[in-house]
Design a protein around this ligand. Structure first.
Ligand code: ADP
Ligand code: MG
Length: 479
């Protein structure tokens, strides 16, 4: 009866042997804070499975409107990258474009980047030929509490995704860990499952999860609530934009998990409502984005307040040199797990829409959106102002459009998001920051109305579609 959710992945075959696999039979569900054996210091252990990908020939899926520009496909983007160094600071690709005013707002300096247009095109969407990922473990194989297993299955998760398959055993063993995987691959459950297990084994255990945006923090809490149904495990979501008084009173009650954004957590620490010395486990989710958003000092401040003997987990879609420095400073002999095989999701057909001289971008967008296949469309704009303007213009044209951006308060953002999630609006117009990490089921199209500032932003944007094994399309307007 349960809809079967399966993940496929390429290159799962070439899996390096792992010493942990079932080699340490552990009795019971106890997996909590196992002291790390510092003597086994062999630096960080790396288990990257970026094996070469089998290429399937391009069965380009044609569609009614021809967006195609037959630009050469860049294959370089698919090369596995260990430490992805950022491209040199170039002139902003966008700065020269007309249209909306320069953005960036208060987020501090953002590096502009020239992005090769061919990187916006990928018509070779791998379909049936993709090697189906066969996890090494099933959820029932993990040494976790039976009640938790039941809740996992109850959520409709039948088998672990690649990142879950690879990291859960390490986290259960109490290792520090860095998990790198594309968006939409199940990183949330990858850290929540073993940490919930830890809390089940020791109800005094406290875990703090930091995420870059409010929406993401709320999403993580939602996922947590699904897993802890029926348990006496409580959480408090500490995000900006929501009333701090309520959070302060919630924090007075027993809680095992705090999930929040760095700004608000720091505020609560300064008000002495959160005492990080009590937390022995910390997760930095979307660590790369937190850095991009200028949270580096907050992250350092908070990690420094935590006990030295702690369990530290980093999750990210990319591994930049800045992240590498943080890892070195704050993680102990971390296990590095990367299941990244390419930058952009294999399920997303990508193309560009060329705006010819004299053509009106909005009209071109209108002509696309009236096609019935554009069922659930996420449109990205660069600035808060531009996003709002576009949502208003689309509404005037008769579309059901919502918007999320930093000028809206938390309630407005949440309502817009819910309306879109439930399918009551066809379109959600968003800025990069507001949409970061959002998990919205069934997004049919991502449209980059404004070109993203960096290729990383592009990867994150289009990662909103083609999730959980579904297909999606991404179109980038270029002029
Ligand atoms: P990420 O953090 O890597 O971007 P998420 O944790 O948001 O990814 O998960 C993406 C989607 O996949 C969510 O809708 C989640 O419910 C679903 N999902 C996660 N793990 C599984 C699984 N084992 N089986 C089926 N669906 C899963
Ligand atoms: Mg995530």
């Amino acid at each position: 009866m349960e809809p079967r959710k399966t993940f496929s992945s390429r290159g799962a075959g070439a899996r390096p042997g792992r010493e942990f696999a079932n080699s340490t039979p552990r009795s019971g569900a106890s997996s909590s804070s196992r002291p790390r054996s510092s003597s086994s210091a062999s630096g960080s252990r790396s288990y990257s499975s970026s094996s070469p990908r089998p290429r399937t020939s391009g069965a380009s899926t044609g569609s009614s409107r021809s967006y195609s520009s037959s630009a050469p496909r860049s294959t370089s983007a698919s090369a596995p990258r260990a430490f992805s160094s950022r491209p040199p600071l170039g002139r902003s690709f966008n700065a020269s474009r007309g249209g909306s005013s320069r953005g960036g707002g208060k987020r501090g300096p953002r590096k502009g980047q020239h992005i090769d247009i061919s990187k916006f095109i990928n018509k070779t969407v791998i379909t049936e030929e993709a090697v189906v990922f066969t996890p090494e473990h099933l959820f029932k194989d993990f040494i976790i509490d039976e009640r938790l297993k039941a809740n996992i299955l109850g959520k409709g998760y039948n088998e672990p995704t690649p990142i879950q398959d690879r990291v859960i055993p390490h986290i259960l063993h109490g290792h520090d860990l860095v998990g790198i995987a594309n968006t939409g691959t199940g990183k949330t459950a990858a850290f929540l499952i073993p940490l919930i297990n830890k809390v089940l084994a020791n109800p005094k255990e406290k875990v703090i999860v930091m995420a870059p945006t409010r929406e993401l923090a709320q999403q993580i809490e939602m996922e947590l609530k699904g897993f802890v149904k029926g348990f006496k495990i409580f959480s408090v979501c500490c995000v900006g934009g929501a009333a701090i008084g309520r959070q302060i009173s919630d924090l007075r009650y027993q809680h095992n998990f705090i999930i929040g954004t760095p700004g608000r957590i720091k505020d609560l620490i300064e008000r002495k409502v959160i005492n990080l010395a009590e937390f022995k486990s910390v997760v930095l989710d979307e660590a790369d984005r937190m850095l991009d958003m200028g949270f580096i000092n907050d992250m350092r401040y908070m990690l420094a307040l935590m006990p030295k003997e702690r369990h530290t987990l980093f999750f990210s879609a990319t591994l930049s040199p800045e992240i590498a420095v943080l890892i070195k400073d704050f993680l102990k002999e971390p296990v590095m797990v990367s299941v990244k095989t390419q930058d952009t999701s294999k399920n997303v057909e990508q193309d560009v829409v060329r705006i010819k001289a004299g053509e009106d971008k909005l009209e071109v967008l209108h002509d696309l959106l009236i096609n019935p296949e554009f069922k659930k469309v996420l449109i990205f704009g660069r600035t808060k102002h531009g996003v709002e303007k576009l949502a208003v213009a689309l509404t005037k044209k008769g579309f059901k459009a919502q918007s999320i951006h930093g000028d809206k308060n938390q309630g407005q953002r949440q309502r817009a998001l819910d309306t879109f999630k439930k399918g009551m609006a066809q379109i959600l117009v968003a800025t990069d920051v507001a949409a970061r990490g959002l998990d919205i089921a069934g997004v049919s199209h991502v449209i980059n109305f404004d070109i993203p500032e960096t290729y990383d932003d592009y990867v994150h944007r289009i990662g909103r579609t083609g999730r959980a094994g579904q297909k999606g399309k991404a179109l980038t307007f270029i002029g």
